[in-house]
Design a protein around this ligand. Structure first.
Ligand SMILES: C[S@@+](CC[C@H](N)C(=O)[O-])C[C@H]1O[C@@H](n2cnc3c(N)ncnc32)[C@H](O)[C@@H]1O
Ligand SMILES: Nc1nc2[nH]cc(C(=O)O)c2c(=O)[nH]1
Ligand code: SF4
Ligand SMILES: [Mg+2]
Length: 222
């Protein structure tokens, strides 16, 4: 099986629980959603340039570079045909910590059945300002545990209110890690903090995309 890779690079992870740590990124082509704020829309274009890579070639690239944290992203990585083969190959190496960024519209059940060293999922729950909330599968929450994350990317106060509602309704803080991140440049961090204070959002982590502070926010490959 071959996978459509639009870019691969080493950087610090700018998002999530491993933020600040070195990571190797594999970005796949194509997405089934079209979020209003998507910062990698280029990867979803029909005519995007990509390289076909097998699972073994991707594994080799990771090992040659000696980076243990692996982030599979896109686009929507779980749309790649046969992706289970790649996840199986990577999970077999106990030295690797595999993270998958996924958009909340893909059924996660089959992927969480990997028994040893299974990938950690960061499932975005897309809120109103993304225009994609109707595609969210809340049925995925039952598969997520201590190693996984539910992430809410918020663009305004209504998004924050909705995120709080979902967090409470599904008791997400008790089950998994919960992150809130601003749509870059759309909402002041201080507004998010004030909202968290007013609403006693214990156990929720605010994060900002670190790579967009270190480098030009438009820069690819970082
Ligand atoms: C480009 S997506 C790829 C993975 C998957 N399609 C998803 O949406 O989770 C990776 C992460 O970037 C976030 N993201 C995209 N555009 C953003 C923006 N303008 N500001 C903040 N986060 C953004 C997404 O919400 C997601 O958490
Ligand atoms: N440095 C860096 N960290 C990231 N973490 C998740 C990313 C993504 O696009 O999914 C990302 C990214 O694009 N760059
Ligand atoms: S799901 Fe992810 S890749 Fe797809 S449009 Fe939304 S942010 Fe972009
Ligand atoms: Mg990114």
């Amino acid at each position: 099986m071959k996978f459509k890779v639009v870019e691969k690079f080493i950087s610090i992870n700018g998002e999530g629980k491993l933020s600040g740590q070195l990571a190797i990124f594999i970005r796949f082509a194509g997405c089934n959603l079209d979020c209003s704020y998507c910062d990698t829309r280029w990867a979803n274009e029909k005519d995007v340039e990509y390289e076909w890579m097998t699972a073994d070639q991707i594994y080799e690239y990771i090992k040659v570079n000696g980076v243990r944290n692996v982030t599979l992203t896109g686009g929507e990585p779980l749309l790649q045909k046969g992706i289970m083969e790649l996840l199986t190959v990577l999970s077999l190496d106990p030295e690797l910590v595999i993270e998958i960024e996924t958009n909340g519209s893909i059924e996660l059940g089959p992927f969480t059945k990997i028994e040893k060293n299974r990938p950690r999922f960061t499932m975005d729950y897309k809120l109103g300002s993304s225009q994609m909330e109707s595609k969210m599968l809340t049925s995925n929450f039952k598969y997520l545990g201590a190693l996984d994350t539910v992430k809410f990317v918020v663009g305004n106060i209504d998004d924050l209110k909705r995120a709080k509602h979902i967090i409470d309704q599904y008791q997400l803080v008790d089950k998994t890690s919960v992150y809130i991140s601003p749509v870059f440049g759309e909402i002041e961090m201080v507004q998010i903090v004030e909202f968290m204070k007013e609403n006693k959002m214990n156990g929720v982590t605010l994060q900002v995309q670190l790579h967009k502070i270190i480098w030009d926010p438009e820069k690819k490959g970082v």
